[in-house]
Structures are given as structure tokens and as C-alpha cells.
Design a protein around this ligand. Structure first.
Ligand SMILES: C[S@@+](CC[C@H](N)C(=O)[O-])C[C@H]1O[C@@H](n2cnc3c(N)ncnc32)[C@H](O)[C@@H]1O
Length: 266
């Protein structure tokens, strides 16, 4: 079994718990990772679920971990998906192992929600980069007739969104859920409103390019008069770039850390 050690130990734990029943005492288990990403918790996780391990010498800043199955270890029960109650917004959110803000509501999303009453009620809505779906679900609560499409590139995020949506709206089958790259599958001019708390980290890469690409594509997908609403860290240069793209960018609200921005496609 070959494993590339993922960034979050929760995801490694989830993967190992799923793989463990398929292993036997002669299985060869090799995990690999860049040293700077190999946390102590990753080693502990492998020892707890699989068994004893040894490591290779470092080569080009990477290391191999060799583990062998300890059949005496109890088969662990997966703690995923995990849930938390967000009493302030009246939701219980379920999250698979690799979902953004798996342990608590993101501060940016929390601030964004304080401005939701200012968002117009429209029909065709996309929760772009939906994570566990919190934004689209809250919008659906205030606009029951909207058709919300939830988009995230992560299958675990989309599965969490489906679970959360169905627990809040068991009888509403108007929403759709897509595990795709941004708006790559969305028709031009087909959307009235896009809500976005954009990604900032992509695996280990930090950059603004993904967010800017989502904003550009949002403009393509919005109908005339359609709106893009974004929450972002205030230190990011998004307002100027969004103004260039849309010809307008209104700051709806700010706190110490975040800004909520509203763009209209003219
Ligand atoms: C900052 S989180 C926002 C999650 C959620 N909307 C919230 O407010 O808690 C950004 C999300 O973007 C997703 N993402 C990253 N790259 C993406 C892409 N190319 N297409 C769609 N989603 C992407 C990540 O998986 C992550 O769930």
C-alpha cells in the first residue's frame, strides 16, 4: 500500500481507517511526504491505526515511512463525519474529514452571514466553493424559491453539503450539488447570484490566482444585472481587481479582518 501523506491528519486518519480492513500481516505499507508536512500527529496516527513504523533518511526534503500491520490493534471506528452545533446561526453542520472549517464555522463565513439580509432574493443561485454548504443553506432559508447549486472541487465537501442540506430541507429537491472545478461546467449568463468565500490555500500552495479565476468566471456566468457577493480577508487586493473586472465593486461591510464585497454585472 502506497500513501502520500495528506496535509490534514484528519484525512490521513480517515484514509487509514478505510484501508485498514484490506491489510494483512504481510502487507507492505509505505507512506511518503515532504518533511515540512510530516507532523508528529501523522506518525502517531499511523502507529495507532496500522502499527509500528520506521522512517528512511531524508532525500530531497522528503521522507518515507515504512509501517507494518499490528493485527492486535483494535479496528478503529471512524469519527467522520463529525458535527458541530452553530447555535448563533441555528445550524448543525456535518463535515467529512477533509472539509474546510471542519471543526467550527469559518470567521469569514460568519461575518458574511451578518450581511445576508441585504442580498436580493433571486432564483438561480450558486454557492461557489461551498465547503459544507453553510452559505447556500442560509440563503435558501431566506429565499425558499431559489434554486441553489452548490459547487466545490472536493467530493468530501459536496457530500457534507448534501448531508447538511437534506437535514435542513428534507422535502426540497430543487438544489443541485456538483463536485467540479469552479464554474467550468456552468453556462454563460445562466446565474442571478453567486455567493463566494473563495479558496486561498490550494493543498500546500498559497495564492490568489484561484480566487481571481473564480471571479472572472463568475462574470461570465452571471446574467445581466446578476450579482457576485464575496467575503475576503481585508489584506487581499480583491476590491481593486474586482473593480477592474466588473467596472464596480461596493464594500457592503467590513470588520477588523474581513470585507463583504458586492459586484453587479452590467
Ligand atoms: C474558504 S473555503 C469556503 C467554504 C464555505 N463556503 C464556507 O464559507 O465555509 C473554500 C472552498 O473552496 C474549495 N475549492 C478550492 N478550489 C476550488 C475549485 N477550483 N473549484 C471549486 N472549489 C474549490 C475548497 O475545497 C473549499 O471548500
Amino acid at each position: 500500500m502506497l500513501i502520500k501523506v495528506p496535509k490534514t491528519t484528519a484525512l490521513l486518519e480517515d484514509q487509514l481507517i478505510r484501508l485498514r480492513p484490506h491489510l494483512h500481516k504481510d502487507s507492505v505499507i509505505i507512506a511518503a511526504g515532504m518533511i515540512k508536512h510530516l507532523q508528529k500527529s501523522a506518525f502517531q496516527c499511523i502507529e495507532k491505526i496500522i502499527g509500528p513504523l520506521t522512517t528512511s533518511l531524508a532525500k530531497k526534503k522528503a521522507r518515507l515511512i515504512f509501517a507494518s500491520l499490528d493485527e492486535a490493534l483494535e479496528q478503529p471506528v471512524s469519527p467522520y463525519p463529525t458535527r458541530y452545533d452553530e447555535t448563533e446561526i441555528g445550524l448543525t453542520l456535518s463535515n467529512h474529514a477533509n472539509v474546510f472549517s471542519r471543526e467550527h464555522l469559518d470567521l469569514g463565513a460568519r461575518f458574511f452571514l451578518t450581511h445576508f439580509s441585504e442580498i436580493p432574493g433571486v432564483q438561480r443561485v450558486v454557492d461557489l466553493a461551498c465547503g459544507n454548504g453553510v452559505l447556500g443553506i442560509k440563503y435558501q432559508q431566506q429565499a425558499p424559491d431559489a434554486q441553489v447549486e452548490f459547487i466545490d472541487e472536493s467530493y468530501m465537501a459536496v457530500a457534507s453539503t448534501q448531508d447538511n442540506y437534506r437535514s435542513v430541507f428534507p422535502d426540497n429537491d430543487s438544489a443541485s450539488f456538483s463536485a467540479v472545478d469552479g464554474l467550468s461546467q456552468t453556462d454563460s449568463g445562466s446565474v442571478d447570484l453567486i455567493l463566494c468565500n473563495p479558496p486561498f490555500h490550494q493543498q500546500h500552495v498559497i495564492g490568489e490566482q484561484m480566487a481571481l479565476e473564480m471571479f472572472r468566471d463568475s462574470k461570465r456566468c452571471l446574467a445581466q444585472g446578476g450579482e457576485l457577493w464575496v467575503v475576503a480577508n481585508r489584506h487581499l487586493p480583491y476590491p481593486a481587481k474586482l473593480k477592474q473586472m466588473f467596472g464596480n465593486c461596493r464594500t457592503v461591510g467590513t470588520n477588523k479582518k474581513f470585507a463583504v464585497l458586492r459586484m453587479v454585472k452590467r
